[in-house]
Design a binder for this molecule. Structure first.
Ligand SMILES: [Zn+2]
Length: 106
């Protein structure tokens, strides 16, 4: 399900339903689980813990589950204006205003 057909920086919080900007959302990253390629964020709207996977042009909201290794089940897919590159120690995210965010393990 993609609720926004065009690239849009707004993502809906799965917990409280508020829309939040993807930059603000990813600024709340508390952990990156590289084995599952999943980002754990604390949402700016209600402080809930969410599991996300990001790729260029895409943000997936969902949940990690174990099936012979960590797998990710997508609940909602968003078409977002970001570029994502995997680096040695995490992810480099570039937003459409050219600002950058590094997500990695401490
Ligand atoms: Zn929320």
């Amino acid at each position: 399900m993609n609720i926004f057909p065009e690239p849009n920086p707004l993502v809906k919080c799965p917990k409280c339903g508020q829309t939040v900007d993807i930059h603000e959302l990813l600024d709340g990253t508390v952990d990156y689980w590289d084995a599952a390629d999943v980002i754990i964020v604390k949402t700016p709207c209600c402080g809930s813990r969410q599991e996300l996977r990001v790729a260029t042009g895409e943000l997936l909201s969902g949940r990690v589950y174990a099936a012979g290794g960590p797998k990710f089940r997508t609940a909602t897919a968003y078409n977002v204006p970001i570029k994502v590159r995997h680096s040695r120690d995490g992810l480099d995210v570039e937003f459409d205003d050219d600002s950058k965010l590094h997500i990695g393990q401490e």
